[in-house]
Design a protein around this ligand. Structure first.
Ligand code: FE2
Length: 625
């Protein structure tokens, strides 16, 4: 059976071609249109998938989608609004507000002993002062529990209005496109969190596991708990919107001046620099201290509260509190479900689980022995999740997914043509991995383009920029060169046989660690040998490079190790500022030239940047940062 999965069209529209319960091709539309998180129907990705798989439209048995139609989603939103209105516990934010104003009145000073790269000056530690009338609204919304509740309910109504309009638009787009393709009659829709759970469970390879999904919103909910047993998924509990940890994290992202739905990772990075206890008590009191595995947030959608907090406290301290309280809330709920079910393996998915630090905390819940994080945990991954639900138990293979190299690959001829067309001089290397390792030893930046493109947000060696991990300053100057601001250091790609020497507690997360979706505490050796990949809290989010799944990348790392004795390098996505990861040889060449990357290793070909001498001179001047 052939199933075409299509992810929600509101952002990061993605196709997944699934045959007999296995993904044969998957690609996000953004990689082809070159617009980050491209929305709308994924026409180009569908076309490319048909070419690469040889499927015809007629041969598709089912089209799977991870949302109900707009009428049903609207009904669920209104139902959630009615239930929320009856949740009297949600009223009581008095304690939270008391703690908040106490913190405002206290003698507060941000601890700037360790400077945050990118926020060096006092001015950028704090949000700019908003206009007086905005501040007045924020203050009013935090003036009493009643006002807090009213602000929340007002924001909820506004949210529903916008969400319903968007779902109507997306339903129309989906139906129009499928009608045009002659596939509308084959459409099957699924409950949103069932799709996240299917991804987490079937990809994990666990026989029996607890499945937790957490995100912003989906089919009336913002998360769910399941049990997976020998291929069957059983729903245990739903976290009802608006008690949404996805929304909570989006608010702090936008409240601190970043783009919600896109820059959440920056908040995770920033949080490690701050003091979570400045705002911790106020934030903690916004959650009902449940003991029944539920997550209930008081005044959840009153985003004015977050904006007010960002007017009074440094960005790093606001981020730290939001991150810490998120971790506590999820740990408490996870502990309950672990104890209730007796299951010790957890598979997670959903946008909230893009939070690599949170995933580490889930691993640390007492009783948990193993955690698997679905590599494309956001809604882009639902193209696959929805398709897997069509197969149901037949999607269970009892082994974890091998890899996520599901995207397109290009022939040597296509690469060669693209290099010639760009006028680059290049050579064909018999042992390209050896040549790249040698360049890394010479502290050269190398863009690597090889094999099939990765599915999901992380570059895992096939569309990656590589550099040695010894120079801690690289995070500033290379990010600057690539037009990025990041507070978390680059991730390390490491030889798996050294995992225990570099990271603590990898046991039970070996597979997850192949996808850069979880942090680990670093050992002394890692801190000493690879400081560029270690965060200020001494964690790192590695990719352990599996020799069976990416033998070429493994050979490269091994060659580098033979020359230096260091078993890791830094691996960052091959793209320019705010652009999607490169897909085709032409994209790679463009980013290589624009990003002033020293060398491009494309398949077996190696090209030096035409302005290599000039780039090298510039880099020697410290003023480049
Ligand atoms: Fe979702």
């Amino acid at each position: 059976m052939r199933v075409l999965g299509i992810s929600p069209l509101d952002k990061d529209a993605t196709v997944s071609f699934v045959e007999d319960g296995r993904v044969v091709f998957a690609c996000a539309e953004e990689r082809l249109t070159r617009v980050k998180l491209q929305d709308g129907f994924p026409w180009q990705a569908l076309q490319l998938g048909l070419e690469k798989t040889g499927w015809t439209l007629d041969s598709i048995d089912v089209v799977a989608y991870g949302f109900f139609d707009a009428d049903e989603e609207a009904r669920r939103m209104h139902e959630a609004y009615r239930i929320d209105g009856r949740a009297h516990r949600a009223w009581d934010t008095a304690e939270s507000l008391r703690e908040f104003w106490k913190a405002v009145r206290s003698a507060y000073r941000v601890d700037r002993t360790v400077l945050v790269p990118g926020l060096e000056s006092e001015a950028s530690e704090f949000m700019p002062r908003k206009a007086w009338y905005k501040r007045l609204v924020y203050r009013l919304a935090a003036s009493s529990a009643w006002a807090d509740w009213q602000a929340h309910r007002w924001a909820f109504r506004q949210w529903i209005k916008e969400a319903v309009a968007d779902h109507r638009l997306r339903t129309r787009q989906l139906h129009d496109a499928l009608r045009e393709l002659g596939l509308l009659a084959k459409l099957r829709r699924f409950r949103h969190h069932d799709c996240h759970a299917a991804n987490a469970y079937y990809a994990s390879g666990y026989d029996r596991a607890l499945i937790i999904s957490l995100d912003g919103y989906g089919s009336g909910n913002c998360g769910a708990v399941f049990v997976g047993e020998y291929g069957r998924l059983r729903l245990l509990h739903e976290f009802r919107f608006p008690n949404s940890l996805g929304q909570y994290y989006e608010y702090v992202t936008s409240g601190l001046g970043f783009r919600p739905g896109r820059h959440e990772g920056k908040i995770v990075g920033l949080a490690a620099y701050g003091n979570p206890e400045v705002l911790g008590p106020a934030l903690r009191a916004r959650f009902v201290p449940t003991e029944d595995g539920e997550i209930l947030m008081r005044g959840a959608l009153n985003y004015f509260f977050t904006r007010l907090a960002a007017q009074h406290f440094a960005k790093r301290d606001v981020a730290a509190a939001y991150q810490r309280v998120l971790e506590e809330v999820v740990q408490r709920a996870a502990l309950y479900w672990v104890q209730k079910t007796g299951l010790t393996q957890i598979a997670v998915s959903g946008g909230v689980n893009a939070n690599v630090k949170l995933n580490q905390r889930i691993r640390e819940v007492p009783g948990v022995t193993s955690v698997f994080v679905y590599p494309n945990m956001g809604d882009g991954g639902l193209a696959t999740g929805a398709a897997l639900l069509v197969f149901g138990e037949a999607a269970y293979h009892g082994t974890p997914i091998a890899n996520v190299y599901y995207g397109p690959e290009y022939s040597e001829r296509q690469m060669e043509e693209a290099l010639r067309e760009a006028g680059l001089s290049f050579e064909r290397c018999e042992l390209i991995e050896e040549s790249v390792a040698e360049l890394l030893v010479q502290n050269r930046i190398v863009g690597r383009f090889n094999g099939r493109m990765e599915y999901g947000p992380r570059a895992l060696g096939n569309r990656s920029i590589l550099y040695p991990a010894q120079d801690p300053d690289v995070n500033q100057w290379l990010n600057h060169q690539l037009g990025r601001t990041e507070f978390m250091p680059f991730a390390p790609a490491a030889l798996p046989e050294f995992a225990g020497e570099l990271f603590h507690n990898v046991s039970g997360c070996e597979k997850t660690a192949e996808f850069m979706t979880i942090t680990f505490d670093c050992t002394q050796r890692m801190v000493r040998e690879c400081p560029a990949a270690v965060h200020v809290d001494r964690t790192a989010r590695p990719q352990l490079v599996n020799p069976r799944e990416n033998p070429s990348f493994y050979r490269l790392l091994r060659a580098y190790y033979e020359k230096t004795g260091i078993p890791a390098i830094i691996n960052t996505s091959f793209n320019m500022h705010e652009e999607p990861i490169v897909c085709s040889p032409r994209d790679a060449i463009r980013a290589f030239l624009q990003g002033r990357v020293d060398y491009l290793a494309m398949g077996p070909f190696l090209a030096a940047h035409p302005k290599l001498a000039e780039i090298s001179r510039e880099r020697q001047r410290p003023a480049v940062v």
